[in-house]
Design a protein around this ligand. Structure first.
Ligand code: PGA
Length: 250
């Protein structure tokens, strides 16, 4: 039997409200032809579309994820959205630590670990993005960077070991996001072997899945599926077009 992969659509702020609903509707209507029951598909729209898309995805086998959450439980934090609210409106997972948040919002590993804790408190699955910049890649610092980013996450995880939570780690080399460039197979094999080994130590505490993200498209998906220890994909640009997304998932 062929491996069933997980596909996470990261829509970022690319679609207007109406366009996001239209795309979600198209995907929900095609859930059976996408074979959503066998694989796992998660749509991550903006906060403003979450409630409406939760309703669209009801009974569809397609899950709903958010793009970020507050590191606080509740309180006077203008403009933030709590993990509890996300859980209440039907999101089952949430991306945290994406490089765009690390860069533009200066998010630190400590803050990202706090977000992971808030999500696990709500029994949601954190999708934690990790990855090196081009400079770090060129200076062969990837392993050190990943280890540091994950140290904080794994420390947060151990507090929840009694609930054996699900955690998704999305490896996204920053230099690959939106550039059309993906690392070569040898490099990805090394990285995913490392991530698998790092995660194995915590496999008693959590169920960990590994995703690749960064310029995933219809052309490179077959090659990427061959990478060992890979459980799925975090897809940005190519998830905005129904046909492209369908081709990737199919
Ligand atoms: P991309 O984005 O697929 O457009 O490279 C991926 C991401 O940022 O999650």
């Amino acid at each position: 039997m062929s491996k069933s992969f997980l596909y996470v659509a990261n829509w970022k702020m690319e679609l207007s409200h109406q366009k996001a609903l239209q795309l979600a509707r198209q995907i929900a209507d095609s859930a059976s032809s996408l074979n959503a029951q066998q694989k796992k598909i998660i749509l991550c729209p903006s906060f403003t579309e979450l409630s409406a898309i939760a309703a669209l995805l009801k009974n569809s086998d397609i899950e709903l994820g958010a793009q970020d959450c507050s590191r606080h439980r509740s309180g006077a934090y203008m403009g933030e959205i709590s993990a509890q609210t996300l859980a209440e409106i039907g999101a089952t997972s949430c991306i945290v630590g994406h490089s765009e948040r690390r860069t533009y919002h200066h998010e630190t590993d400590i803050e990202i670990a706090a977000k992971v804790e808030r999500l696990l408190e709500q029994k949601m699955c954190p999708i934690v993005c990790v990855g090196e910049t081009k400079h770090q890649f060129e200076h062969k610092q990837t392993q050190v960077v990943l280890q540091k980013q994950l140290d904080f996450i794994f420390t947060a995880l151990t507090q929840f070991s009694n609930q054996k939570p699900s955690l998704i780690i999305a490896y996204e080399p920053v230099w690959s996001i939106g550039t059309g460039i993906i690392p070569n197979t040898k490099y990805l094999t090394e990285i995913f072997t490392l991530l698998y080994d790092l995660g194995k130590e915590y496999s008693f505490d959590a169920q960990i899945k590994l995703l690749y993200g960064g310029s995933v498209n219809e052309t490179n998906i077959a090659l990427l599926k061959e990478i060992p220890f890979l459980d799925g994909f975090l897809i940005g640009g190519a998830s905005l077009d129904f046909q492209k997304f369908k081709n990737i998932v199919s």
